[in-house]
Write a protein that binds this ligand. Structure first.
Ligand code: C2E
Ligand code: CA
Ligand code: CA
Length: 740
């Protein structure tokens, strides 16, 4: 069947080919008759660089032009079949010596050949007018004084011009482009060529500034030439007969035909000149299209990559994260929130295989989907849920208060436990949950798999013991985490309700017994945790970056108290604590203090600002700068906890403080009491030598007080004198002292 069709095609093609050949054979003689006039062959040599007089058609290679048409006509009239050949002999003059040509075109008059042989010319085929072309339409100087540019190939015309205008300077150029360049450079005043050629050349867009001068300089005859031989004479004689047959109408028709044709073909530079901007825009457009296309491809690839990643990161059944996704998300969250207390739970349904087997796989799937959905409803952006395999879910959660745990139980665990019961079935679902509470180390070295392993240990314990629903891997840590989150979460409320109070611990001059000042120390009566000492919550708030909120509150309270006492006629002095977290490059803490004292009508010296020694060690430049600014405003700055750090002696030299607070607690807490006393006495001595004021804190006994006094340190603060007191009690004691 297939081969039959093929043969049919071949037969059809053969028939077509035969038809074409037959048709070609039939019309061939007609075509030949039209292309060539029968008769004796006359070989005519012509230059081919003078469009529209002589040129070679780019497509066919045929020699054409005004001169060709006129000569072909004259020759035919004379009984010749003219065949045109391009002259390759350099000049027309030397072509006259080439026996390959019967006649040469064009000559103005008979001139000897290059070899000096005499020649003959025919009658005139047409008059060719020669005109000047200038750059723009400018006036030309006297024709005799002109510098004129011409093509070297116009040898005959040059000779004629010399005879007509002997003083004219004529420069010859190889190409039209060279001659135009010379004209533009001012080398010549005008270019000279015959008008027919100008009609062609000036079609070039780059020559649009060239102008044809209206008057003809001279006209040249257009004749055929040949060596003066017998054959030459015969040809010329016959040709003259033919030339005589060309009437003027025919001649003008041929000239008009060629001079009105758009023969000039644009090359690339012409297009660029003519449509430069369009090309540039088109190129830009093309480039833009390419760029957009490339970006499109990139975007599609990126989207595909994201989709692929999503598929890897998410569990298609429940929408929870996959193990890979969960691991990534936990790492991100712990990096972003190193101060949040987190726990990680590993959850598993007891006997899930039994559920699948007895109720069907799709019932199992429904349960898992519901569990994931309920869990996700309770999670914030900063928490995560993952499904590792089958019924093993892992959750990263903030450690929150007890209520939230109970609420989650209601919202997640109860619906899961009752999932089948609510459907009228008897199966109660039991979840085993192991919880691992993250420790500070887990935020430094984030190893999600290790943490999950530990949670899984606790989960396993629940599963094996068959008692309870959950267990902690590290219960102490859980309690700690809960306290931390209670402190952080309750701070804003405590600042509003007055749960945080400022206590004052008086400072006394042991020599005179007079209370010279007090240190402001905060206490927090926490709604859930009871009275808290700053030792616990200050460091938590520092870690969470919230200490500035608390300190601003304390400073404001102190200033309000000082203002009230001022108004009551008792000017007092209070030391306030500044945490190292309060001092930052981007925060004008000295300015803040200044505004505070201005607002409350205090003098800056009423506020003494305590900055701990270790802060100076950690960032000396920032701290020294801050201290200098504070002192420039008139505040007193004290170096707190002196003796607790490492570089006490070096610090003393560098830091411009008003008073040093020597902490007895640090200096006497361990070791030999005798040695401790020696250290304290040496320190006091050194401060005195350096001319620094001094106060000792943590004074608990009379012996300590006496010893300090014997060494010359009389300003003291400690339980031996007073504990930190609520403001009313402090006021009472101050009033008492006033009365004495
Ligand atoms: P600190 O600035 O060194 O404050 C002195 C601490 O020593 C206070 O503890 C005070 O109650 C305690 N103290 C006073 N006399 C004695 C004594 O004779 N023996 C003993 N063992 N202790 C004594 P407190 O009030 O618990 O404050 C602890 C730390 O918390 C303070 O140490 C201070 O660094 C910080 N702090 C307290 N209130 C604030 C505050 O408002 N802002 C900031 N940033 N830190 C505060
Ligand atoms: Ca202090
Ligand atoms: Ca201290």
């Amino acid at each position: 069947m297939k081969t039959g069709k093929k043969q049919q095609h071949i037969r059809l093609a053969t028939m077509l080919l035969c038809a074409v050949l037959l048709f070609s054979a039939a019309i061939m003689p007609i075509a030949c008759a039209q292309g060539e006039t029968p008769g004796e062959l006359l070989t005519v040599g012509v230059p081919v660089d003078r469009c529209p007089i002589f040129y070679q058609d780019a497509a066919t290679g045929a020699i054409m032009g005004i001169g060709v048409e006129l000569m072909r006509f004259a020759a035919a009239e004379a009984g010749y079949a003219a065949s045109f050949r391009p002259i390759t002999d350099g000049t027309l003059k030397s072509a006259l010596d080439n026996p390959a040509y019967d006649v040469i075109l064009p000559f103005g008059s008979a001139i000897p050949s290059a070899a000096g042989k005499p020649t003959l010319v025919s009658d005139n085929l047409m008059q060719t007018p020669f005109t000047f072309v200038t750059e723009g339409s400018r006036e030309l100087p006297d024709i005799n004084a002109l510098h004129v540019g011409m093509l070297r190939s116009l040898g005959g015309a040059v000779e004629t011009l010399h005879q007509l205008y002997p003083d004219m300077q004529i420069m010859s150029y190889e190409t039209m482009a060279d001659s135009v360049k010379a004209l533009r450079a001012g080398e010549v005043n005008a270019l000279l060529h015959n008008s027919f050629v100008w009609s062609y050349v000036l079609q070039k867009p780059a020559y649009e500034d060239l102008v044809v001068q209206p008057s003809t300089v001279f006209s040249m005859d257009f004749r055929a030439g040949t060596p003066d031989t017998e054959r030459g004479r015969e040809i010329i004689e016959r040709l003259n007969g033919g030339i005589a047959a060309i009437n003027d109408t025919r001649r003008q028709a041929i000239i008009l035909d060629y001079t009105s044709k758009k023969l000039y073909k644009y090359d690339f530079s012409d297009y660029l000149h003519e449509f430069g901007l369009v090309y540039v825009l088109a190129a830009l457009l093309l480039a833009a299209v390419i760029v957009i296309a490339l970006q499109q491809i990139k975007a599609v690839r990126r989207e595909e990559e994201q989709k692929r990643q999503l598929m890897l990161d998410y569990d298609p059944l429940t929408g929870a994260l996959s193990m890979t996704g969960f691991r990534k998300r936990v790492e991100e969250l712990l990096h972003a929130h190193p101060d949040s207390a987190y726990c990680l739970s590993y959850n598993n349904i007891r006997g899930f295989k039994f559920i699948n087997d007895s109720l069907g796989r799709s019932a199992g799937d429904d349960l898992l989907r519901m569990w994931a959905k309920k869990t996700m409803e309770t999670l914030t952006e900063e928490e995560a849920l993952g499904r590792i395999t089958a019924d093993h879910f892992v959750v990263l959660r903030h450690i929150s208060g007890e209520e939230q745990v109970r609420e989650d139980e209601k919202r997640v665990f109860e619906p899961v436990q009752n999932f089948f019961i609510n459907q009228g079935k008897e199966n109660r679902v039991q979840i085993c949950s192991g919880i691992y509470v993250l420790t500070p180390k887990d935020y430094r070295i984030i190893d999600v798999d290790h943490m999950l392993d530990l949670a899984r240990v606790a989960e396993k314990r629940v599963r094996e013991s068959r008692s309870g629903d959950y267990a902690f891997y590290n219960p102490d840590q859980w309690e700690k985490g809960k306290r931390i989150s209670n402190i952080i979460n309750y701070l804003p409320k405590a600042l509003q309700t007055g749960d945080i109070q400022v206590f004052y611990q008086p400072q006394v001059n042991y020599e005179t017994g007079v209370i010279t000042g007090a240190e402001a120390l905060c206490r927090w009566d926490h709604t859930k945790l009871g009275w808290l000492r700053p030792d616990e919550f200050i460091s938590t708030l520092e870690d969470a970056g919230l200490i500035y909120d608390l300190d601003c509150y304390v400073w404001e309270t102190v200033c309000r108290d000082l203002q009230r006492w001022n108004e009551q006629g008792s000017r007092r002095f209070v030391s306030v604590n500044v945490s190292r977290g309060d001092i930052r490059e981007d925060r004008d803490m000295p300015g803040h203090f200044y505004n505070l004292v201005q607002k409350h009508g205090l003098t800056p010296d009423q506020l003494r600002i305590e900055i701990t020694e270790t802060a100076y060690v950690e960032s000396p430049e920032l701290l020294i700068g801050t201290t200098e600014k504070l002192r420039a405003y008139g505040f007193h700055v004290e170096m707190d906890d002196f003796g607790s750090g490492y570089s006490s002696l070096h610090m003393l030299k560098e830091v411009p403080v008003d008073r040093i607070k020597l902490d007895l607690h640090f200096l006497t807490e361990s070791g030999d009491p005798k040695k401790s006393r020696t250290i304290v006495s040496c320190m006091i001595q050194m401060m005195q030598l350096l001319g620094l004021r001094l106060i000792a804190e943590g004074v608990e006994t009379a012996e300590q007080a006496d010893f300090l006094k014997s060494k010359g340190c009389v300003e003291m603060q400690g339980y031996y004198f007073y504990k930190p007191l609520p403001v009313r009690e402090f006021e009472r004691i101050m009033e008492e002292q006033k009365g004495k």
